[in-house]
Design a protein around this ligand. Sequence first.
Ligand SMILES: Cc1cc2nc3c(=O)[nH]c(=O)nc-3n(C[C@H](O)[C@H](O)[C@H](O)COP(=O)(O)O)c2cc1C
Length: 363
Amino acid sequence: MMTLFRPLRAGDLQLDNRIVMAALTRARAGRTHIPNDLMAEYYSQRASAGLLITEATMIARDQCAFTGEGGLFDAACVAGWRKVTDAVHARGGRIIVQLWHGGRAAHSALNDGVQPVSSTDRAIRGGTIRTPEGPKPYEVPRRLQIEELPGIIEQFRAAAKRAKEAGFDGAQIHGAHGYLLDQFLRDSVNDRTDEYGGPLPNRARLLLEAVDAASEAFGPGRVSVRISPLVGINDIEDSNPEELVKYVATELNRRKVSFLELRHVDHRAPAEQALARSARQHFKGALFVNGAYDFETARLALENGSADAVVFGKPFVSNPDLVERFSSGTELNALDTSTLYTPGAEGYTDYPCLKPEREPQRA
Ligand SMILES: Cc1cc2nc3c(=O)[nH]c(=O)nc-3n(C[C@H](O)[C@H](O)[C@H](O)COP(=O)(O)O)c2cc1C
């Protein structure tokens, strides 16, 4: 059988195939951030993926950086996500939640006037954030004091516990894309002089503490991490991405997490390939890769042993039955970018499937 369709054990997660749905913010939860029936339908439509990773999900109420992203900060959110996990499980799928803190990418206009927080007090340069009052420049964040960091970890711990109650199969810690944990990890943003700044062991400390906190709820075998050392979203970079990957991979290996996901800008870039080799060398668990893969390049990545699973983002937006399309060699639906973040079913749950009502995968 083709490697993409072979099962995979990633820590304590058992995947039926190696075609994984990436975390995708789709902003359908509305202003309450409580997951709803429409979201349950959307995720369950995609249940044939080897694993579903949810949209970036708020661990705290006051750090919204989009409009309508899902939250996991109270009991109402747990009840909402329970509908999603039940619907996915009923179709034989598996789903983990991406736990996320936006840091300086949040905005007071989305958070009842609460100023965003970060590793630094420097704002994201360039770009704007969408707010109910229209696009605004990013704000100057409040630099988190060292005494406040246990509180952030407590938010990760509590959110992971709620995720377990909500029926998730595990959690992914969002250490990518210039959000809070990445604002500590990468040195163009982290300008601290305390135990959370300077050398890599200090900059990675908050990320690893979040991993340990989530592991208390799920066990490390159901916790994974996403990093994106070369992705510049939210005005961030690192002066030594190779060392970053080596350190993080080594630490995650020691913790025996479920999988490490390396998010590339584009996996074909030689610098990205070098990072993937380094991740492979230093992390002995399952390595997931993402970034501009198609069926053929994904197949090659698995067959040449450079990864254990491939994570697809945009292809899963427009192809709920991506796995079936790959296995039957059917053409993919085109992506409509105009409905990525708009409210309602259009461009969310109405992409056509080959078989409109798929049968459950397993009893
Ligand atoms: C609409 C949209 C929303 C996204 N939301 C998230 C998110 O919530 N968390 C995250 O880590 N990445 C997010 N990403 C990035 C994707 O997970 C993925 O890394 C990216 O699309 C590249 O993969 P692809 O080439 O297969 O699309 C998002 C991407 C898109 C297009």
